[in-house]
Design a protein around this ligand. Sequence first.
Ligand code: BF8
Ligand code: SF4
Length: 635
Amino acid sequence: MEKSIDRATCSVLRNAEKSGIRTVWERYSAQLPQCGFGETGLCCRHCMQGPCRISPFEDGPREGVCGATADVMVARGISRAVAAGTASHGGHAKHMARTLLRSAMGEAPDYPIKDEAKLQAVAARIGVSVDGRDAAAIAGDVARKALADFSEKDSPLTWAATTVTKGRVDTFLKFGVVPTGIDSAVSESMHRTTYGVDADPVNILLGAIQCALADYSACHMATDLADILFGTPSPVVTKANLGVLKRNAVNIALHGHNPLLSDIVAQVSGEPDMTEKAKAAGAPEGINVVGVCCTGNEVMMRHKIPMATSSVSQETVLLTGAVDAMVVDYQCIMPSLANIAECYHTKLITTMPIAKIPKALHIEFHEDDAKESARRIIEAAIEAYGKRDRDRVHIPDESSTAFAGFSTEAIVGALSLVNREDPLKPLIDNIVAGNIYGVCLFAGCNTVKVTQDANYTAMIKELAKKNVLILATGCASGAFARHGFMTPEATEQYAGPGLKAVLTAVGQAAGLGGPLPLVLHMGSCVDNSRAADVAVALANKLGVDLPMLPVVASAPEPVTEKAIAIGTWAVAAGLPTHLGVIPPVLGSKVVTEVLTSTAKDLFGGYFIVEPDPVKAAEKLITVLGERRRGLGLSA
Ligand code: BF8
Ligand code: SF4
């Protein structure tokens, strides 16, 4: 199997091979064959009588020591993955909420309220009074309401109840999956899946759905609070791929998830004294900040910072030999980065107390003096620049233009240029007329188990020619950005005639002089909530619930527990959700059946597992056709 279809990634990897540096792909090879029990979900270590394994064959054990069956083991495993994903998004959102509260109390001067309109909109939505109050007072109450969503309440989560359709609320109530606390949902999932608690696989899965809805709430909260503190994104034009690194600048890569760190580094890197220091250190082009993974998406949308790479190829950024510091916060950061940084002059800088890596430089990031922390980080990068070995620098001359920053507000704003009174009408009219056949949200990661970007690029071509409107978040955005799909040229090249006409009409109304890009970049993984908002707005406008809409989701190259959590809430939200990698569930017929079929009867959404990208696109187009027919539209 090829490692990647991305030329820049391949070029850097060839170079690394010559130097004998191992990357994720070599480590994967060393793991093969991977354990068949683990791959199918048939192992359990939830107590010390284990580990227990269940044989998929008739002659092996059919149950664990405690009597847990294959169905129980697989359901418990998936449920714990959802809980871990929820804990991650929850940790991120809570960090934002605490900072917003400190900002409101005057204790975090580097975090002023940047977007008062968003603050007012969120406050009004969640029932915080705005009339005659100043921004700090409103922000304080919004933050307190956000923090109250973490522990168990006697009412549904505010961030869930106020952002979904009435139909979803009724469905979640009917099946008893309404979340009442983000952290308490994680805690309950851990409780019910420990030794000797829930032994009903369907009940365990309903618990997983409840936890996934808490994940949705956390994602939505993280997005809302990031917009309040750093601004709601609007479209920008920037670049993506390793060619955005500069030979004659201090290169700083921001990697991880929370904009609390990366946005401040992006701000401070533009200060004149920082540029002067970089120049004085011999870098005529000053400081060049680039993004990696989700925090890369955050700063791409808000500061036009180019995206170097994402996800499975994160090591290649360091393998260029041109990065002076990689600054990380948490999530999706491979521990291997420390070993690779050590082969160069690169400083790997960890910043969070919960995410340290041996051999990295730890500069702890504090909200009360965020800019000062950022300055220390940038100075460490400038110092490292002086030690760069220029003979080992290998920056591939590859980068694509990328239009980014299509927040829900930006999309509605663009549509309002076509119809000021009723912005959603042009979108709905074009869906009804078939110019837009449906909508597909691409989300999730790149994985070592799929040739990097191969599934994304194959699927988008199939869907675009059938006039499917494409939204993207997370590392899906990275993949599309690298390959030039976030450009008007891609619309010209790949969109079917109906889709091209719509994107051109909106693009021209927005003054682009051409079409909107083929992929609308909505942000990081927590920003899947933005796509959910678009779907909810469409459903409300049409007076139907989400499972009626011709909207699907796809994670063609998923990796993380967070991706499982998001996929699960997408299913609960009523979206047919494609996975291009088989999750560890095949050991249980019951779990496989519930996730791919029964879920449709309960929630309208379900998982479609299809590793072949062309077949996957065909399946999604078939599903969109079914949904169109359900609405009485031509298919
Ligand atoms: O939260 S897409 S590899 S970076 S998990 Fe991670 Fe996957 Fe990327 Fe962002 Ni999302
Ligand atoms: Fe084995 Fe049951 Fe313990 Fe799991 S919980 S390790 S199946 S005895």
